[in-house]
Ligand binder design. Structure first.
Ligand code: GUN
Ligand code: FE
Length: 443
């Protein structure tokens, strides 16, 4: 194909947790979906010559626009797309019983799955989420439809069938360990057939949480994840109600870290959602195993069990990777911009609660978690997360002066100021174009 796209204008991306790089007058060259050069616009002719490029499209960004890496949503329940906002304020197990399980049960019907999932993937792409880690429903056919839909629309994704063989209603429960495993293998095989190299879509082993999986199922899932070197996602220390129920079901384990470790579900491919309540012991366990955290600040403060502020500063201190999650149904927003703002609020509350020991998060840290941090949590960072040469071009073209509600850009504004205005006051109307592997997936 050898298609070359050249972008000229401002570029913002994270090099590390603390290091935000802003390049004005940047030149970013993408060939066949991959970044082959990032430099200064003044060097355009030299770079083109050095790569022997003669045929290309040039995109000149206007002064109030910039490019940034796509958002990574590390925790998202796709079937909850149509129930977002419902049951806010309920405790987690009541919310699952009353709102979520009846809703997710509808995905037994493939036509329903097709309709909701096509809207879900398009909706999250529109919000600039170029990579999502999706929980499907418990149904294999619907989960395969979700993976097909990600591939069709061009969204990078981890996709997993929810495993749940107990403590769920008869109408929404895997029949047995064997049935649950069989459906999981069916989904793994399907994903391998539609994307053999896992370029865009990969399977993620998805025990919903320990409450809905018995020991036999957890052991089988741990073995499958190990066999195929697969990502793993589950809910971890989300709320008091959930933690107590887990202790009652598994008296042999002192904490969830020990439990998941025992079943080979705690390692550097694990994406642990929420992690609201963490002892030093569990923080150390996560750190030793190099597990990642999907921080879901909106869900933590609305659904689940009150005003829960996860110890994000403690994760960062221990070197534990943190990404952001919308949680879909668990919160009220599908926007990683909203998740960043809520993460800021939660971290400020935590600063007060810890008498200043755990400082609130900076803009650099929030942006890192929304992009490179999320990519690291999902183990996609060799391919995406920032604009390092060699990575694939998953990007958002942000327009500072699009009609909407973003704080207006002033002539004297630096790129840093426009960037800050977008993060704090912009929305999807400012996300002008979305690219995944160089392909426009929202225009
Ligand atoms: N724990 C188990 N299932 C769920 C879910 O769907 N959402 C949230 N927030 N927590 C859970
Ligand atoms: Fe969740």
């Amino acid at each position: 194909m050898n298609h070359v796209q050249i972008f000229v204008g401002s570029v913002v991306h994270s090099l590390s947790l603390q290091h935000l790089e802003i390049i004005d007058d940047a030149l970013l060259i993408v060939r066949d979906g991959r970044i082959i050069a990032l430099g200064q616009a003044a060097s355009e002719q030299d770079i083109l010559q050095s790569f022997g490029i003669v045929d290309y499209d040039v995109h000149q960004l206007p002064p109030d626009d910039f490019l940034m890496p796509g958002f990574v949503d590390t925790h998202n329940h796709a079937p909850q797309y149509a129930q977002r906002g419902l049951g806010q304020g309920m405790h987690i197990l009541d919310w699952l019983d009353k709102i979520t399980f009846p809703n997710e049960a509808k995905f037994e019907d493939p036509a329903h799955a097709r309709r909701i999932y096509s809207g879900c993937v398009a909706g999250f792409l529109r919000q600039g989420i170029t990579t999502a880690s999706y929980y499907g429903s418990r149904h294999a056919p619907a989960t395969k439809i979700l993976a097909d839909e990600c591939l069709r629309q061009g969204q990078r994704a981890l996709v997993g069938k929810c495993n749940m063989n107990r403590n769920a209603p008869d109408f929404y429960r895997d029949e047995s360990v064997e049935a649950s495993v069989e459906e999981t293998e069916d989904c793994i095989a399907h994903l391998k057939s539609i994307d053999p190299a896992g370029d865009l879509v990969r399977y993620v082993v998805t025990p919903r949480f320990a409450i809905t999986c018995d020991n036999g199922l957890l052991a089988r899932l741990g073995a499958i994840a190990k066999r195929d070197n697969l990502a793993i996602q589950t809910h971890f220390n989300e709320a008091e109600q959930e933690m107590k129920a887990t202790r009652d079901l598994f008296p042999e384990f002192d904490c969830e870290a020990d439990l998941y470790e025992h079943f080979q579900l705690l390692n550097n491919r694990s994406i642990l959602a929420h992690c609201c309540f963490m002892s030093e012991y569990e923080l150390d366990k996560l750190s030793v195993h190099d597990a990642g955290v999907a921080h879901c600040p909106i869900a933590n403060m609305t659904v689940g069990g009150g005003f829960m502020t996860a110890p994000v500063r403690a994760f960062l201190r221990k070197g534990i990777e943190v990404g952001l999650g919308t949680d879909s149904g668990g919160g009220f927003s599908s926007s990683i911009l909203d998740a960043m703002r809520q993460a800021l609020i939660a971290s400020n509350a935590r600063e007060v609660a810890t008498d200043g020991t755990d400082k609130g998060l900076s803009l650099e840290e929030l942006f890192y978690m929304a992009t490179l941090g999320g990519a690291r949590v999902c183990n996609f960072d060799a391919k995406i997360g920032n604009f390092e040469v060699g990575k694939e071009f998953d990007a958002l073209w942000i327009s500072g002066n699009a009609s909407g509600v973003m704080a207006p850009c002033e002539p004297e504004d630096s790129t840093r100021t426009i960037f800050e205005k977008f993060l704090m006051t912009g929305d999807d109307r400012n996300i002008n174009k979305v690219y995944v592997r160089g392909r426009v997936v929202k225009q």
